[in-house]
Write a protein that binds this ligand. Structure first.
Ligand code: AMP
Length: 439
């Protein structure tokens, strides 16, 4: 029950109006310490109810004793990596603040600069993306000295998109404040550094992402001989599966563009999204997908972050995601709101052990499936270890071993065809490897 939290009655009224009855696990864990004013570092997925977990304590703090403020100033700042996420968060804030005097506003790229500057003088809660906010800060339009609560949502993705410096500069511009930092994954060194810089003695809350995989989503693998074979499989699946909307994930922009080109040439109505596409492309892709004019989106992880499109019921992993968390993130988009979903991963020889380590991480075994018409020669390793990995695959090298084994190389581009020193023979190392920026 939400009444268990010491929330202002106007907020409890909004919660009741929205028919929220039971707090979700992330809300139960985060709301009490956030209400006490503690800094929090929370790992939780989209769909877990994390937005309410920071919005409710934030509004509660701004409401104080409930007396109307004499003068409006920005007292809370919510940073998100993308414009769509910022828009969704604004809607949530407005729903929870409907019985209060608090006003929120959005500042993201693509809108009129002067209009935004004027709007910022009339709001209590500012929601935005770091890039555009820094432009305002540089122009002297961004008074953050009265900010009491700062939220970073999807902080891992913010860093992947190259916003680390901007986000930290914005944090430094705030007055004395409480900081709440949310991310979907544990992130890498960049996130650890950021946590150390922006949070003071934080409480760490890890909400188990794995348990949040939708049980209504079937998970399958299909083995493939090479990328061309994978392309044929994608074509076949899109033509033969029953689905409302599909998303095909690749790990690189180049592969996303290539696959998109092939699909369009084959007459599939598709869109492609990756880090090099601008906001206009993003908005158009999402609108078309929402309207149903386009049924297929080819995307890299960064580009697809935060997409919330109804009816997305087929996910194809052209490339296996690089970590278990990323897998959960991709698959978490299907079968939302109790609907059925299907997730299919295409697995070449080099993907097997990564796939198997993700199975172990999830404590699940993916269904093995073959497409008769496109059966290739690779059917998985001939012999498996107890772990599910290919027998005969070499022991995972440590970074130290790899360094020893790797020939000394002067700086400059890595020679083509040579694996990075961190890629171990069994393919597990990419789990830990840093992702390329802003795919
Ligand atoms: P989020 O993870 O914040 O994107 O939330 C996912 C969806 O769950 C949103 O549509 C919320 O409005 C909804 N939601 C969040 N918390 C609750 C709750 N306690 N009860 C019912 N729905 C909720």
């Amino acid at each position: 029950m939400f009444a268990q939290f010491a929330l202002h009655e106007r907020l409890l009224k909004a919660v009741a109006e929205l028919n929220f009855v039971e707090p979700t696990p992330v809300q139960a864990a985060a709301i009490p310490p956030a209400l006490e004013g503690k800094d929090l570092r929370v790992i939780a997925q989209t769909g877990s109810g994390k937005t309410a977990a920071f919005v409710l304590p934030l509004l509660n703090r701004l409401l104080g004793d409930g007396n109307s403020q004499q003068r409006v100033s920005i007292r809370a700042l919510i940073l998100l990596p993308t414009r769509e996420l910022a828009q969704q968060t604004l809607k949530e804030v407005e729903r929870f603040a409907q019985f209060t005097f608090l006003k929120a506003g959005l500042v993201t790229g693509g809108e009129d600069f002067k209009v935004q500057a004027a709007m910022m003088r009339k709001i209590d809660i500012l929601i935005g993306t770091p890039g555009r906010l820094i432009e305002h800060a540089n122009a002297g339009n961004l008074p953050l000295n009265e900010v009491e609560v700062l939220v970073f949502d999807e902080a891992d993705r913010m860093l992947d998109m190259g916003f680390a410096e901007d986000a930290q500069r914005l944090a430094e511009a705030c007055g004395p404040h409480q900081t709440l930092l949310f991310s979907a994954t544990t992130g890498g060194n960049g996130l650890r550094e950021m946590v150390a810089k922006v949070l003071k003695a934080p409480q760490h809350l890890m909400l188990n992402s794995v348990s949040q995989l939708n049980e209504g989503t079937r998970q399958q693998i299909i083995t493939a001989d090479h990328n061309h074979h994978k392309e044929q499989l994608v074509d076949w699946l899109l033509a033969n599966e029953t689905y409302d909307k599909a998303i095909v994930f690749t790990n690189t922009r180049v592969q996303a563009d290539r696959l998109y080109g092939k699909l369009v040439a084959a007459g599939v109505k598709a869109f492609v999204l990756h880090g090099e596409k601008d906001q206009k492309d993003r908005k158009l892709a999402i609108e078309r997908l929402r309207q149903g004019a386009v049924k297929v989106l080819v995307a890299t992880d960064v580009a697809a972050r935060g997409l919330d499109v109804d009816g997305l019921d087929l996910v194809i992993n052209f490339d296996m995601p690089r970590s278990g968390d990323e897998y959960v993130h991709r698959i978490g988009r299907t079968g939302r709101a109790g609907g059925e979903g299907l997730a299919i991963s295409l697995i070449c020889h080099g993907d097997w052990n990564l796939m198997s380590s993700i199975e172990r991480y999830l404590k699940q075994r993916f269904e093995r499936r073959t497409v008769k018409e496109l059966k290739g020669s690779y059917q998985g390793p001939k012999n498996l270890k107890a772990s599910g990995k290919a027998a005969g695959s070499k022991k995972k090298k440590t970074d130290k071993d790899a360094k020893k084994a790797a020939p000394k190389r002067k700086s400059g581009p890595r020679p083509a065809g040579k694996p990075s020193a961190l890629v171990s023979e069994d393919g597990l190392a990419p789990l830990k490897r840093k992702k390329p920026a802003a795919e």
